[in-house]
Design a protein around this ligand. Structure first.
Ligand code: NAD
Ligand code: GLY
Length: 363
């Protein structure tokens, strides 16, 4: 078993928490160890995850005296909506008090939605993240960003609400559709590029086994990727500084997702293309940057979406209205080396145009 990680939040020690790398069936033991002994609990999931994991999790909870009440939504991004948030309120407020935990079992959609519900019900009930996609394990379940989408844009309604703990069962990624696996891998590669050249070199060396999800290879890589995210969040919980490094490739990616109405790309696929563009600008600004080495790994991330009919002008305009842009100025995370990121607004617009052309012609 992989050892747990601890995410310290120096400004709020009582909200610091652990990330356990154990089996789903360990959930009740961990809840008891965390003093969450209230037999009633709400557990939110989606239909795909319910089909594969409900029976196992339910049996483990009932065996330890818990009475899980399931809230099951359709799978997909549209579940991160006000309607489904409201459905959690309607269900959970029927039996909850301030000690009743709300558990998210699923990917980032379920985690973000459930986390926001937990933040807002009774001004905060205990929340447990049980991420079952790679994206959720290495990214969305860590760091307390929760929320839902609005017709105006993605993730526009939300709150920071840290979980009581995270249970990351790395075996669950074996049942993921392959496209979802590749999408999550984009964030693992991103973590390596922004902070850890050793992780980058290991990914290069083990790439075939990584793509094939060889359990003994991917388990420590998932843990290291979680550790990187936890270290960043621990230093900058509310994104005043270095947490923005996690947006490497994302300003381009959000533009791609927006101009394609979130229908063409999985998030990680858009991030892959965005990282190629960001690598191009990194090289433009820093001639010494090892562009080819970085590019080889990013291009090894498979993309299933068709890249066509994308208008450069619309993409550049969309970058200016990204919620991370400031006063219409494009702000980018770039790399000076593999493992070393920085943020800049001092970017030649010609570099951005050229980066889009390069990235879109790479596939
Ligand atoms: P998702 O939750 O939609 O899951 C992807 C698909 O995989 C779904 O169809 C789901 O039913 C299925 N699935 C989940 N686990 C499975 C398993 N073990 N086996 C088989 N199928 C499984 O998508 P995601 O990529 O996990 O998350 C994307 C969401 O996360 C977006 O809404 C994004 O905004 C959000 N996000 C949030 C943060 C954050 O910091 N809060 C960070 C990154 C992404
Ligand atoms: N996914 C970016 C962040 O958590 O800050």
């Amino acid at each position: 078993m992989l050892p747990p990680l601890f995410l310290p939040l120096p400004t709020a020690v009582d909200r610091s928490y652990s990330i356990y790398f154990q089996q789903l069936t360990d959930l009740p033991n961990l809840m008891q160890a965390h003093g969450l002994k209230n037999p009633q609990l709400g557990i939110v999931t989606d239909k795909h995850v319910e089909k594969i994991y409900r029976r196992k999790v339910e049996a483990a909870l009932i065996a330890k005296g818990y009475q899980p009440r399931w809230i099951v939504f359709p799978a997909g991004e549209t579940t991160k909506s006000l309607n489904h948030l409201s459905a959690i309120y309607d269900h959970f407020l029927g039996y909850a008090d301030r000690r009743t935990p709300l558990i998210a079992l699923g990917g980032g959609v379920i985690g973000d939605l459930t986390g926001f519900a937990a933040a807002s019900i009774l001004r905060g009930v205990p929340f447990i993240q049980v991420p079952t996609t790679l994206m959720a394990q290495v990214d969305s379940s860590i760091g307390g960003k929760t929320g839902i989408n609005h017709t105006v844009g993605k993730n526009l309604i939300g709150a920071f609400h840290q979980p009581s703990f995270v249970l990351c069962d790395v075996d669950t990624v074996q049942s993921l559709p392959v496209r979802e696996w590749h999408s999550g891998l984009a964030e693992v590669v991103k973590h390596a590029l922004i902070t850890d050249e050793t992780l980058f070199d290991t990914l290069v060396l083990e790439w075939d086994a990584v793509l094939n999800r060889t359990p003994e290879v991917i388990a420590p890589l998932i843990r290291r990727s979680v550790e990187i995210k936890a270290e960043i969040v621990s230093k900058d919980e509310t994104e005043q500084g270095i947490r923005a490094y996690l947006n490497f490739g994302h300003t381009f990616a959000h533009a791609l997702e927006q101009v394609t109405a979130y229908k063409t790309f999985l998030h990680g696929e858009a991030v892959t293309i965005g990282m190629i563009a960001a690598l191009y600008v990194s090289k433009y600004q820093n001639p010494e940057f090892p562009f080819e080495k970085a590019l080889d790994l990013v291009k090894a991330l498979p993309i299933s979406a068709a890249i066509k009919d994308l208008d450069l002008q619309s993409l550049t305009e969309a970058m200016k209205v990204d919620k991370k842009a400031q006063a219409g100025n494009i702000r980018l995370v770039l790399l000076s080396n593999i493992g070393t990121a920085y943020i800049t607004q001092d970017i030649d617009p010609k570099a951005i145009q050229a980066a889009w052309m390069f990235a879109l012609s790479s596939f």
